[in-house]
Design a protein around this ligand. Structure first.
Ligand code: ZN
Ligand code: ZN
Length: 346
């Protein structure tokens, strides 16, 4: 089979590999579409330490069951499926309580770090354990199904906040996940949704997808304006989808007393944190990591019924042959893309 292999930092090769053989509890998937994630771009250049070469990356995929292992039940060749990015064990205390994202033996598809190496879906075929597989609703195309993981990440962030319909939210960062959080917050019943970003086109997209207000982060008195829009007291919820000191400061400043800040952005190890504001205003500051396996059906339903619209977020569909070159373009920032889908059958 053809696969895109990361062979050294920022260096890809289109390689020929044997088709992997599914173990007893695994299925072999013929990959139809696999999204390029920001974490792949930061991983490929070596900066995150989570894509140690050689590795076939790719964890946002959809495809068709090609073959099933002997012990697999309920799935058959031809089934249209997607899968969790997390390979969880289903046996530890975290898995048993439903927190599959916190599994003690967590591995991630398409990731290689000190502890494990698990090849992903920038390839014609990939093997995955049956328990992370989800069948696609008939209406959901493979391209849209490749968004299941990022949509689930957004739904998880919003579920962390426990929103009551009619409440307000500010979403800081209008990249792909931020735009999905805007939609997930709307679906959860938020009446006022303020999007904040540094790029005007992204804010336009946020408004199209459900934000009621949009603000440039560089505007003056952003937090004060957010307070005015949210009954004069501040937003009920803030979602920080960048991962840096300034946007975290804005998230803390934007919410009302007793409000909730959900931290999703994760690109820096440490930030400055306005401790006294968070303590004296008694904020709920919550981390949000990946997704729970139970949120995947929620994401697929939202994609199927259009309450989360992913079509406008597809920037480009490319072949495996083009993918190496595209990684270079995405890393250099010379093009402004939302989601690029690698389609091995193109
Ligand atoms: Zn990802
Ligand atoms: Zn586990």
């Amino acid at each position: 089979m053809k696969a895109l292999e990361l062979v050294a930092a920022s260096t890809f090769e289109l390689v020929e590999k044997p088709v992997p053989q599914p173990a007893e509890n695994e299925i072999l998937v013929r990959v139809k579409a696999c999204g390029i994630c920001g974490s792949d771009i930061h991983g490929a250049n070596g900066s995150s330490g989570r894509r140690i070469p050689p590795i076939i990356m790719g964890h946002e995929a959809a495809g068709v069951v090609e073959e099933t292992g002997k012990a697999v039940t309920g799935l058959a060749p031809g089934d249209r499926i997607t899968f969790d990015s997390t390979v969880f064990c289903n046996e530890c205390q975290f898995c048993k309580s439903g927190h599959t994202n916190l599994c003690d033996s967590r591995q991630v598809m398409g990731v290689s770090c000190g502890e494990f190496r698990r090849h992903g879906a920038y390839a014609q075929y990939v093997c995955v354990p049956q328990h992370i597989v989800h069948k696609l609703p008939e209406k959901v195309s493979f391209d849209h199904a490749a968004f299941t993981e990022p949509v689930s990440v957004a739904i998880h962030a919003v579920n962390r906040a426990s929103i009551t319909p009619g409440e307000s939210a500010v979403v800081i960062g209008s990249g792909l996940i931020g735009l999905l959080v805007v939609q997930a917050a709307k679906k959860a019943g938020c009446k006022t949704i303020v999007a904040v970003d540094l790029v005007a086109e992204r804010l336009d997209m946020a408004t199209k997808l459900g934000a009621t207000h949009a603000m440039m982060a560089t505007d003056e008195n952003v937090a004060q304006k957010i307070h005015q829009l949210c009954d004069g007291r501040g937003a009920d919820h803030a979602f920080e989808v960048v991962g840096a000191s300034a946007p975290i400061g804005l998230a803390i400043d934007s919410v009302r007393k007793g409000g909730t800040c959900v931290l999703v952005g994760n690109v820096t190890a440490e930030v400055n944190f306005p401790l006294q504001k968070a303590v004296t205003r008694e904020l709920n500051v919550l981390g949000s990591c990946a997704l729970l396996s139970t949120e995947i059906p929620e994401a697929l339903d939202a994609i199927a019924d259009g309450s989360i619209d992913v079509e406008p977020l597809i920037s480009e569909r490319i072949s495996l042959e083009q993918a190496g070159e595209w990684f270079g373009k995405l890393e250099s920032g010379e093009i402004n893309c939302m989601k690029v889908l690698v389609c091995p059958e193109l």
